[in-house]
Design a protein around this ligand. Sequence first.
Ligand code: ZN
Length: 204
Amino acid sequence: MKQDEILQRRDKIISRLQLKPDLGEGLEEAARILKKYLKERHMNSTPEREFILWTVYHVDTPFDVDALHELVCQYRARVCRTTVYNNLMLFAEAGVVSRFQPFPNGTQYFEKNIRQKPHGYQVCRRCGSIKPLSLSEVTPIVHSQLNKTFHLSQFCLYALGLCKTCYNTERREVKEHDRQWQADKESKSKQKQKQKQKRSNKKK
Ligand SMILES: [Zn+2]
């Protein structure tokens, strides 16, 4: 993917990420789990950490580190990107945040994980747009296939593909590529014919 396409994708994600104060379901439980997790590892909670967790539970779309960092900075200055990243990784280890990586070698996405209904996403591999998928029919099937002794902590499903706009763009690009390839082929063939003609004229 070209650099400007990546930036466009990032802009889209950032513009979609908004703080919604009426959300927050699962936050209390997540804070309790995190507190226990930190205590067991002799780590402390910090105001930054608490605020980042609060923010995660007040957005309703998956996000990457940069989008969350930008959002956190709108409300709380002097939180660096590394702090946001390290906390997200810690939240993921503690099980209060889930993460997925839909793009090969690409961006990691995160989202809140406590008291969330099973859901999936369709992700456009070109522009990065993410739309929720209902998994109400799929979830019982997955549960029935799980080993009885397996303790499920996260169930993540996403479908990677192309949205309608990107599908049409790619088709246009493929057609243009084919047209160019055909034109090059014809031009090379004409050149060959000319050279052949020249050689046969010289022999005469
Ligand atoms: Zn797209």
